[in-house]
Design a protein around this ligand. Structure first.
Ligand code: C2E
Ligand code: CA
Ligand code: CA
Ligand code: CA
Length: 279
């Protein structure tokens, strides 16, 4: 099954990348995916390493194509952006994540949050802010319980506009996280200009911190800057106990990764709540 999944994946990537492939065909595939409920959200816990409690979940989009199987968001999100469908898809993600949060809200702490990824094109959209505000009102969610994740690369095309929009979102009460931190162009510059609450250290640094002195130094530097700026830090891609130990030793208190749990459908998250990591 794994082999055929890999083959599907490759096929899809080639299919999607074919230059003469009709945009209309791709567009109709994505549109029917939205209509036919081929999309779903998986949730991955974000953990307080010091006591192993769940602080929140990151919502991660999944596409189960009827013929091609699971398609990675890394493949279809850029296509949705290119075809002008990302705002619709982003709205879908936001609504479903908030609906889920409302369902969980009854038995969780007030600080519990859902982290939602926002793509570059969504940030550029003029309707983003109103759309997010309408949705939190519809689902009666406090924006403090929503962490909006943006990447450095999603702001480079128009940093001024991005700063303005993110400030608006933060004034409303949303929390802002910088995703994949360290992999972009001018990370340090953005730290200064952007209204952020959380830095997510990219998994490539976490992975090689044990074996590579430079990566270790970067992790330490990020933690130190974050502390002086009073920002939270989440280490992404924590896969082993020894990585966790190293991070904790450097004062990193929040982690996310396969060590704790892979992203799960909402139905399985219930079991995490109940058994594995009590709140
Ligand atoms: P991301 O935001 O950096 O999400 C983290 C990715 O790392 C996820 O991949 C997750 O499954 C994976 N991951 C989690 N723990 C580990 C670990 O311990 N080791 C390793 N190697 N990987 C781990 P996923 O779900 O395939 O998503 C890929 C990317 O697609 C995301 O990267 C994000 O940029 C994008 N994406 C996913 N959902 C959405 C969405 O709703 N909207 C937008 N705009 N982008 C999304
Ligand atoms: Ca993310
Ligand atoms: Ca990330
Ligand atoms: Ca990423």
């Amino acid at each position: 099954a794994k082999e055929s999944a890999a083959a599907n994946y490759k096929f899809f990537a080639e299919y999607m990348n074919k230059e003469n492939h009709s945009r209309l065909e791709l567009e109709s595939a994505l549109r029917s995916a939205m209509k036919n409920n081929e999309f779903s959200l998986h949730y991955q816990p974000i953990i307080n390493i010091t006591n192993q409690k769940i602080l929140g979940f990151e919502a991660l989009l999944r596409w189960q194509h009827p013929h091609l199987g699971n398609i990675s968001p890394e493949h279809f999100i850029p296509i949705a952006e290119d075809l002008g469908l990302i705002n619709e898809l982003g709205d879908w993600v936001f609504c479903h994540a908030l609906e889920q949060l409302r369902e969980w809200k009854t038995n969780i702490s007030q600080e519990f949050y859902i982290a939602i990824n926002l793509s570059a094109k969504q940030l550029q959209s003029n309707t983003l802010v109103t759309s997010l505000v309408n949705t939190i009102e519809e689902y009666q969610i406090n924006p403090q319980n929503i962490h909006i994740e943006i990447t450095e690369t999603s702001v480079i095309s128009d940093p001024e506009m991005a700063v303005k929009k993110l400030k608006k979102l933060r004034d409303i009460g949303f929390k802002i996280s910088i995703d994949d931190f360290g992999t972009g162009q001018s990370s340090l510059n953005y730290l200064k200009k952007f209204p952020i609450n959380t830095i997510k250290i990219d998994k490539t640094f976490v992975k090689s911190a044990e074996s590579d002195q430079v990566d270790m130094a970067i992790v330490k530097a990020v933690l130190s800057i974050a502390e002086s700026m009073d920002l939270a830090v989440v280490a992404e891609g924590v896969e082993t106990k020894s990585q966790e130990k190293l991070l904790l030793g450097e004062g990193c208190k929040i982690g996310q990764g396969y060590l704790y749990s892979k992203p799960l459908p909402a139905s399985q998250v219930k079991q995490l709540f109940n058994r594995k990591l009590r709140l």
